[in-house]
Design a protein around this ligand. Sequence first.
Ligand code: ZN
Length: 154
Amino acid sequence: MNDCIFCKILAGEIPSVRVHEGPNAVAFLDVNPMAKGHVLVVPRRHWADLASVPVSEAGDVAAFSELMHTVRAIAKAAIRAGWDGANVLQCTGESAGQTVGHLHFHVIPRRAGGPVPPAFESGAGRYESDAERDAVAAKLREAIAAVFAEEQLY
Ligand SMILES: [Zn+2]
């Protein structure tokens, strides 16, 4: 955690251009923006990624809820500030492109007709058959049910 660049930013050891500071979530401009206004939203608590967010204590659940509402509010604010929309991007794990091991959401304001940011190629994950698709869905459904059962949130 001591080597975490976002923890250092939160502690003020590394400068950042902050656009929001809440009790549990902070938003600042990305230093390598994909578009003007590209914001990173991070929890004050050092959670490595989405899969690492603890839900055992009410404080953790409330902090995560605040984080998600901050993402929502920043997307809404981008539109209020004159942009036409926003992309929200989150990477969990190195395989997904995560480069900083402190959970963060990208909120990238967008303008109509602007360039589409680097993205996954549409259709690149096409299934070989309906059976393969259904097997993937079943695998996900089972794992999702297990997570919900384990966490007893809803
Ligand atoms: Zn951290």
